[in-house]
Design a protein around this ligand. Structure first.
Ligand SMILES: O=c1[nH]ccc2cc(O[C@H]3CCNC3)c(Cl)cc12
Length: 360
């Protein structure tokens, strides 16, 4: 019988190393990767499904265009290396990153069932017991990132929570490289509508800001729609912001004068829309709640919550704790790992495999 093709031996060698806990790193480069299909876009990059020929591994490759000096790109590449140390069952695995000037390419574990936003948009609201498993994954993932690496995610939302065919739920796209955050922030046009009140107002934010975003995300996937929407829009695609505000509403560069600007701009926007409703159509005035209204709403109005009595009591309570507006009173991810909803969900026998298998 012919010798098994060498990549079998390579794979079994790597698996052996894994068992021995021996770190091994693939030296990744474009010519070794065959593009299979598009996966998604967002957070300043496009993601494709690729095959790494040498190891036979299917990967998700994220390509980010960095409009900066080559030295900045090299710095980002160095900072991304920390992803090799981010090892948790709640964090997508990182295979490596490389420069393909002027792009940075990051290869990660492929999650074949995709992101939660795509899942609920295709299959409808996510069952409460699955939401429990999502809360467990995100709370433990955030706790790991902060406790082990002092990393704050900065962009928790359904499109950054992924699922695979084994029913595993993992988070991705967290802010690991300061330089990468800055460079994306500069070009960042839209507004993360998962932003906590303190970040919208430019106050100091912390890991608790990720907890607010988790609360909004759990309501969204449980209801099957963005919680601030209730018919008024607030869609997550980027509204056209007044030019002078675009680029300032980034999830990482809080704008200290924002709330004053928000009130002014939103009032103007509302007046425009009022006029438009009176039959005078002004182009650019959106009938939906504009992003500015939305940011102002998050800052000034009570937090969203699950409809009473339709979900398990401890789920309602968990969400309400995540959505406490005052960060001083909001819990940290670590404290939430002890919440009844998380503890019970972790122990619960939920047929995640059945759930994902039902998704063709
Ligand atoms: O399979 C994946 N593994 C790792 C990462 C990843 C990121 C993806 O989309 C980005 C863009 C929108 N949010 C996350 C998508 Cl759609 C898939 C993956």
């Amino acid at each position: 019988e012919a010798e098994p093709v060498n990549y079998h031996s390579k794979l079994s060698e790597q698996l052996a190393n894994l068992e021995l806990g021996i770190e091994y790193k693939l030296d990744l480069k474009n010519e070794d990767l065959t593009t299979l299909s598009e996966l998604g876009a967002g957070n300043g990059g496009t993601v494709t499904k690729v095959l790494h020929e040498k190891s036979g591994t299917v990967m998700a490759k994220k390509v980010v265009f960095i409009d900066a000096k080559p030295t900045v790109r090299k710095q980002i590449l160095r900072e991304l290396q920390i992803l090799h140390e981010c090892n948790s069952k709640y964090i997508v695995s990182f295979y490596g990153a490389y420069l393909s000037e002027p792009h940075i390419c990051m290869c990660m574990e492929f999650m074949d069932k995709g992101s939660l936003d795509a899942i609920y948009k295709k299959y409808g609201p996510i069952p409460p017991e699955v939401c429990g498993k999502i809360a467990v994954a995100v709370v433990h993932g955030l706790t790991y990132l902060y406790d082990e690496h002092r990393i704050i995610h900065r962009d928790v939302k359904p499109s950054n929570i992924l699922v695979n065919g084994m029913g595993q739920i993992k988070i991705c796209d967290f802010g690991v490289s300061g330089e990468l955050i800055n460079s994306i922030a500069d070009t960042f046009v839209g507004t993360s509508t998962y932003m906590s009140p303190e970040r919208i107002q430019g106050d100091q934010y912390s890991v608790k800001s990720d907890v607010w975003s988790l609360g909004v995300s759990v309501i969204e996937v449980a209801l099957g729609r963005f919680p601030f929407a209730d018919g008024e829009g607030g869609s997550d695609d980027e509204d056209d912001l007044p030019a002078d505000l675009a680029g300032t509403l980034s999830p990482t560069k809080p704008n200290p004068h924002l709330s004053a600007r928000l009130d002014g701009a939103a009032a103007k926007d509302k007046a425009k829309r009022r006029k438009s409703r009176s039959g005078v159509s002004l182009e650019g005035s959106s009938a939906q709640m504009s992003i500015l209204d939305l940011l102002q709403h998050i800052v000034n109005e009570p937090p969203p919550k699950l409809p009473e009595g339709k979900f398990p009591k401890e789920m309602e309570e968990f969400v309400n704790i995540c959505l406490v507006k005052d960060p001083a009173k909001r819990q940290t991810p670590k404290e939430l790992t002890r919440h009844k909803y998380v503890v019970d969900s972790e122990a619960a026998k939920v047929d995640l495999l059945g759930w994902v298998t039902a998704m063709n």
